[in-house]
Ligand binder design. Structure first.
Ligand code: CO
Length: 220
């Protein structure tokens, strides 16, 4: 209980610090948000998005789940994406994975994980999609790290498949989509510089939604 109560003490200190640095900090925060970034990351407690990116409250719209997935039927993730891209008009959509991801690691093991089976099967499907490359990596840690990267890449592709992202790119040339990996052991963010044009070259027609720039946000 002591530990529980200390959080409120921390919060009061945080408010004081913020007010000292900027007296109207919370009044400004209450006015509204105009974040430039949407961050889709893992729920892992060791990857605090705002902190590692050096961004203040109001500067980052965030969605987190186990293994940073953008599953087609996930109403939660797609509501966040739609809201961020269409209404908040973010300029950048980032999918950020991390080495040492328990979700990705679990997906690499032959184990029954209960309700997580269905969720992590998304990662197993990515393994299957890239099996030739992954199975050629002898070192288990290196293979695991590569799956973390490929998972990020495929989630970015999922983002690019959506109508809301395709519409906004057509309308205003944004958002751009980026895949990152956070290295827990170093604290550094790494841009994977994913070449989406090359990746989507052969499959673009399959996912192209034939959206014209006049289409309203409801007229998919
Ligand atoms: Co993780």
């Amino acid at each position: 209980m002591e530990r529980y109560r200390s959080v409120f003490e921390n919060n009061r200190r945080w408010v004081e610090e913020k007010r000292r640095a900027q007296p109207d900090f919370f009044e400004q925060l209450a006015v509204g948000q105009a974040p430039e970034f949407l961050y889709i990351g893992c729920s892992d407690s060791r990857v605090p998005a705002n902190e590692v990116m050096g961004l203040a409250p109001g500067e980052l719209f965030v969605h987190r789940n186990v293994a940073n997935l953008v599953v087609n039927t996930d109403l939660n993730a797609h509501s966040v994406l739609e809201y961020a891209v269409t209404h908040l008009q973010v300029d950048y959509v980032i999918v950020c994975g991390h080495y040492g991801c328990g979700g990705v690691q679990a997906a690499m093991q032959s184990k029954d994980l209960g309700i997580l089976n269905g969720w992590l099967r998304e990662v197993r499907d990515i393994y299957r999609l890239h099996q030739t490359e992954l199975d050629a990596i002898q070192d288990e840690t290196a293979r695991y790290r590569r799956l973390v990267e490929l998972n990020v890449q495929e989630q970015c592709v999922h983002v690019l498949k959506t109508a809301c992202v395709q519409k906004e790119i057509l309308r205003r040339g944004k958002p751009s989509v980026h895949g990152w990996v956070f290295d827990l052991g170093e604290g550094l963010l790494r841009d994977l510089d994913i070449p989406f044009d090359d990746i989507l070259k052969d499959v673009r027609e399959i996912y192209h939604l034939d959206i014209d720039s006049e289409t309203t946000s409801n007229g998919v």
